[in-house]
Design a protein around this ligand. Structure first.
Ligand SMILES: NC(=O)c1ccc[n+]([C@@H]2O[C@H](COP(=O)([O-])OP(=O)(O)OC[C@H]3O[C@@H](n4cnc5c(N)ncnc54)[C@H](O)[C@@H]3O)[C@@H](O)[C@H]2O)c1
Length: 255
């Protein structure tokens, strides 16, 4: 059985694609020949990335969408399909975190915003992805969860709850749509050097900062390229027997 390791001309949509893990992944996939739909709420960064990709000979379009808004997500998927045809692989990556804080002190609004972006956002995208993939003979949905979706994450309980929810959506959809040839997997990184994490590191005391920097046996942050390459592999047919699972990229944290 020969399985293709290529993403050439595959239409891949990524949310939160303007920064961090999303931007690194979009660039890598485009450099390997994928047709990239890059979506984000940050249009300036997203448009700049698309220009860079196109100047380097790649194929990419930027579409603004706020994943916490079902209508905005529906418009994103309609426009993406009109540009490049049905989405063949999708990476639900858009996300936010919150300032580490004891659970009883976290404002309810912070909890609800984390749910709206990280969990409802993935839900809205998955529904649109399933609709397009059902009409196109299948596809692969990859959710960016976190080690905080697999284990305790003290001081970021609201964030952790959303990522556990994403794991539930991933596993349930994998079983529901296996016969329809739609696969669902997740990746679960630990702390990765992105603007999200740099922002937290800048706003916590030294004890917490050291704890974050040395939270895994490798005693370092992950780099975005180390996540992008795993996501790029998942987007190929080489991952074809994998569904309902997660790839843990954590420097050994959960070992
Ligand atoms: N960096 C880490 O250590 C780490 C670890 C585990 C999981 N993750 C997850 O990886 C994903 C990417 O995070 P990152 O670290 O690259 O952060 P980042 O802040 O660099 O990128 C997140 C992107 O999502 C976009 N976004 C935020 N809210 C949005 C919304 N409502 N609609 C559309 N786009 C929105 C932002 O504009 C940004 O471009 C997130 O889901 C995050 O939870 C990150």
């Amino acid at each position: 059985m020969a399985l293709s390791n290529s993403v050439e001309n595959k239409h891949i949509l990524i949310t939160g694609g303007a920064s961090g893990i999303g931007a690194a992944t979009a660039s890598l996939l485009a450099s390997r020949g994928a047709k990239m739909t890059i979506s984000d709420v940050n249009s300036a960064l997203g448009e700049t990335l698309v220009k860079q990709i196109v100047n380097a000979g790649g194929q990419a379009m930027f579409i603004y969408a706020d994943v916490s808004d079902a209508q905005s997500v529906a418009e994103l998927f309609n426009q993406a399909k009109a540009n490049y045809g049905a989405v063949q692989a999708a990476i639900n990556n858009a996300g936010i975190d919150h300032t580490p804080q004891a659970m009883h002190l976290v404002d309810d609004a912070v909890f609800h915003r984390n749910i709206a972006v990280n969990l409802a956002g993935v839900w809205y995208c998955m529904k649109q992805e399933i609709i397009q993939m059902l009409g196109n003979g299948g596809g692969h949905v990859i959710n960016v969860a976190s080690v905080a979706g697999l284990r305790s994450a003290p001081m970021i309980a609201a964030y952790s709850a959303t990522k556990h929810g994403v794991m539930g959506l991933t596993k349930s959809a994998a079983v529901e749509y296996a016969k329809a040839n739609i696969r669902f997997n997740a990746i679960c990184p630990s702390f990765i050097r992105t603007p999200m994490v740099e922002n937290v590191l800048a706003n916590v005391d030294e004890r917490v900062r050291n704890g974050m920097l040395k939270a895994n046996p490798m005693k370092r942050l992950g780099e975005v390229e180390e996540i992008a390459t795993a996501l790029a592999w998942l987007c190929t047919d080489e991952s074809s027997f994998m569904t309902g699972q997660s790839v843990v990229l954590d420097g050994g944290m959960l070992a």
